[in-house]
Design a protein around this ligand. Structure first.
Ligand code: B1M
Length: 213
């Protein structure tokens, strides 16, 4: 197997055996984010495909998620950071009912490496908890993540609840079940402030930079 194929296979097999040696190899050739967005995400896409076809069970997907998380943590110290003063404070959360957090945590790493102060509320965060955190932290924006189809609908409800609580800071949303159109027409329609869709973590950084400028 090539290095790239091996990297994808650690995620597919959910194993860390040999992973870090190969990540070191990969760092000689690629930027950390190229490794994540390339071979590691290819592996995750294959896990998703196999899972969808009932060829993997949840316990195996969890192993894959562990391998992905370990890879991202290993690569994190190698990522570029900007030594600027804090640009803005952003609360991040995976919405109520959803446990997927690898994408959200990647967004946290990228934003905090680029001058943002992040308050990560974790997974399955109900609107009430977001509102409470908003009052306590006074963030400049709120970032919501969700991968399930029902999470897209949960974002609409969350936007309504935030609006009813008088909140109108920009909301950044991301996750596989969303689209730009859904974000604009469904989530945006329920909220007074800006609602922006990020297709990936880097796009999330671009949008955060636009909001905070
Ligand atoms: Co789940 N899962 N899962 N899962 N899982 C999906 C999402 C699924 C598409 C798999 C499939 O069937 N093909 C499917 C959803 C179907 C649907 O609703 N359309 C699914 C399902 C069904 C489920 C369960 C219901 C399974 C079950 O129990 N029967 C269950 C749900 C539990 C729940 O949430 N209540 C479940 C559970 C799990 C595990 C716990 C086993 C594990 C998650 C572990 C964890 O996160 N700690 C898991 C995993 C790993 C996946 C897949 C395979 C991979 C997700 C992932 O981590 N990708 C996934 C299939 C797939 O996506 N290929 C799948 C890597 C990550 C870096 O990408 O999160 O997309 P992603 O983030 C991207 C962008 O979306 C974006 O940036 C990131 C990249 O740069 N982004 C943002 C995301 N959030 C953002 C926020 C932003 C900006 C950008 O700003 C705020």
């Amino acid at each position: 197997l090539t290095l790239e194929e091996r990297l994808a296979s650690y995620i597919i097999e959910g194993t860390k055996e040999g992973l870090f040696v190969d990540l070191d190899q990969a760092l000689k050739k690629y930027q950390p984010l190229e490794i994540i967005n390339g071979p590691l995400m290819d592996g995750m896409a294959e896990v998703g495909r196999l899972f969808n076809n009932n060829e993997l069970i949840v316990a195996e997907v969890l192993q894959s998620a562990e391998a992905m998380k370990a890879s991202v943590s290993y690569l994190e110290p190698h990522m570029e950071t900007t030594e600027s003063s804090v640009k803005a404070k952003i609360i991040l959360a995976t919405v109520k009912g959803d446990v997927h957090d690898i994408g959200k945590n990647l967004v946290e790493i990228i934003l905090s490496n680029n001058g943002y102060k992040i308050v990560n509320l974790g997974i399955k965060v109900p609107p009430e908890q977001l509102i409470e955190a908003y009052k306590k932290e006074k963030p400049d924006a709120i970032g919501l993540s969700g991968l399930l189809v029902k999470s897209a609908q949960q974002m609409v409800v969350t936007a309504q609840d935030l609006k009813n609580a008088g909140i109108d800071v920009p909301i950044l949303v991301g996750g596989a079940a969303l689209s730009r159109k859904f974000t604009k027409n469904k989530i945006g329609a329920e909220y007074d402030g800006l609602v922006l869709y990020a297709k990936d973590a880097m796009n999330g950084l671009d949008l955060a930079n636009q909001i905070s400028n």
